[in-house]
Design a protein around this ligand. Structure first.
Ligand SMILES: *Cc1c(COP(=O)(O)O)cnc(C)c1O
Length: 529
């Protein structure tokens, strides 16, 4: 399906709906928060509306049935499990622990190590790598980089990670830190720019201007750091941030601009060059979120695929976040944040000079950390080297293009935007797209649901580069779509229906409550209830 054929009905409706909701004053980063902004007039209206007995009952009924659905999904397959609910009086033997552990690892229906899962695990069952990680972690798990004097070797490894990653992004100097993941990198960069704005420019109520497609971690950080978020719409054709809207959103209290390379939802790279220019013109720092693509985009040119400019070679770019625990294939728990200027990193640091426990300074959010995470990340980088990363990138981008081409040939679905790296988003104008993602779940696939517009995506990892996986995916999408098109108007059932329903609820705090239920359910073991 060509771009001109992308429908305007459902796609635009949902898209506009979101903006209407925001214009109506439902709060900008509200979907992530438990409550809408309390002083908001519309909130009171909806709150009142919701409290009407009939409405309340019908909303509550929907929430209850969705909650039950969610809980039963989480408990699936554990019906006969006897859970550990009390601390054992006596210690367990190693054999018993390992036996239990292996049983737990067998829970679940998704064959993540056979290519059935989007994102999540980026490496491809590389035995040599896994064994190396095991050995390295075994040798370093009890080290603590909070004490560089006690563990000088871990400190050096951490500094070397920053230098190696900085060299890939043409950073003028290797100014950065290692963090526990993308969310922490983003949190810290927001803190750095907020404090920079406050102490260097006297901005008291800072805001950040970010694409609506920027990762939810920005909203999370902004909420905690009390930074206002101005979400900027994207061009529905390209899914890249609308640069004119971004320009318009900037004001004298803007402390940072953000572009993604690529963005999580649809895999497009925002026009970083243009955002950089806006940053230069307005003297505002520009952060490039390359958490996802950080170990693909620097290698794409050499892997034979063109990529728009994204790094420190663009003068406006002042920081970049890169997750080493994604396409650098390090175990989970590491990411890197890089800055152009030392002053920005200074504002990232936390210093407490008056604490009776000593003068306390830390580069990131945590205090004590595991040196094992640093050591495994460091050795994953050395184990691959540039050559292997280029090779992995080539395989991943080739398979992404192959899947994209295959999907474009399947009638009644379309690609949302234009995949530029490793993510492919799928939508349709012919039926409820969550019926398709639900049908694929039944076939063993675990994909990511998207909203505004409705869709789902596949984030291609090394798992999908294995023989037959891409073709199996294409065949399943084709078969499921054909099956759905026999009766395109049937309602969606099961958990897949919750997404469609959630998009229709104007009061986003209702959706947030549903998420609370889900998160609560994650901590429940059946015998609790
Ligand atoms: C994964 C991701 C993040 C957040 O990273 P975590 O490691 O999950 O905390 C941020 N931005 C993008 C684009 C991502 O894909």
């Amino acid at each position: 399906m060509t771009e001109e054929q992308i429908p305007n009905s459902l796609f635009d409706l949902q898209y506009q709906q979101r903006y209407k909701i925001q214009r109506m004053g439902f709060g900008l980063s509200m979907p992530l928060q438990g409550r809408p902004i309390a002083e908001d007039g519309m909130y009171h209206f909806w709150h009142f509306f919701r409290s009407l007995p009939f409405i309340k009952q019908s909303i509550q009924k929907k929430i209850d049935s969705s909650s039950r659905e969610i809980e039963s999904q989480l408990q699936k397959g554990l019906e006969n499990k006897v859970f550990i609910k009390n601390m054992p009086e006596k210690k367990w033997s190693k054999e018993d622990i390992m036996k239990e552990l292996n049983q737990y690892l067998g829970f679940g229906d998704f064959a993540w190590n056979e290519g059935y899962v989007s994102g999540a695990v980026y490496s491809g069952n590389d035995k040599e790598l896994y064994n190396l990680m095991k050995e390295v972690y075994g040798a370093t798990s009890y080290t603590n980089p909070l004490h560089p004097d006690v563990f000088p070797g871990i400190r050096v490894m951490e500094a070397e990670i920053v230098h190696m990653v900085a060299s890939l992004f043409h950073a003028p100097k290797a100014i950065g830190t290692v963090t526990s993941g993308g969310t922490e990198s983003i949190f810290l960069v927001c803190k750095a720019y907020r404090d920079f704005a406050r102490f260097e420019k006297g901005i008291k109520s800072p805001n950040m201007v970010i694409p609506v497609t920027a990762h939810a971690a920005f909203d999370k950080a902004a909420h905690m750091l009390k930074i206002q978020v101005k979400h900027v719409k994207f061009d529905p054709k390209t899914t890249k941030v609308d640069i004119r809207a971004m320009k318009k959103a900037i004001d004298s209290s803007t402390c940072m601009l953000v572009g993604s390379a690529p963005a999580f939802p649809h895999g497009s790279i925002d026009c970083i060059e243009e955002i950089g220019k806006l940053g230069c013109q307005n003297k505002i720092p520009v952060h490039v979120d390359a958490c996802l693509g950080g170990f693909l985009i620097p290698f794409m040119e050499e892997a034979g695929h063109s990529v728009p400019p994204f790094d420190f070679r663009l003068p406006g770019v002042t920081s970049i976040s890169i997750d080493t625990h994604k396409y650098a294939y390090a175990p989970k728990g590491s990411s890197v944040i890089l800055y152009r200027e030392k002053i920005h990193r200074h504002y990232q640091f936390s210093v407490q000079p008056d604490w009776p426990g000593g003068i306390y300074g830390t580069p990131n959010l945590g205090g004590s950390r595991s040196g094992g995470v640093i050591a495994t990340c460091w050795s994953a980088l050395l184990f691959h080297g540039k050559e292997a990363y280029v090779e992995c990138t080539k395989k991943i981008i080739d398979v992404t293009k192959y899947i994209e081409d295959g999907l474009r040939k399947i009638p009644h679905i379309h690609i949302i935007g234009k995949p530029e790296v490793s993510v492919i988003a799928i939508g349709t104008q012919y039926f409820d797209i969550y019926r398709l993602s639900g049908a694929l779940t039944h076939k063993g696939w675990n994909l990511n649901a998207l909203q505004f517009p409705s869709g789902f995506h596949l984030c291609v990892t090394q798992q999908h580069t294995k023989e037959g996986v891409a073709d199996k995916f294409l065949k399943d999408v084709q078969d499921c779509t054909e099956e759905i098109m026999k009766q395109p108007n049937l309602p969606t059932t099961g958990t897949a229906a919750i997404y469609g329903m959630a998009q229709q609820i104007p009061d986003r705090s209702v959706v947030s409550e549903l998420v609370w239920t889900y998160l609560d359910a994650c901590y429940s073991i059946k015998t609790d209830s």
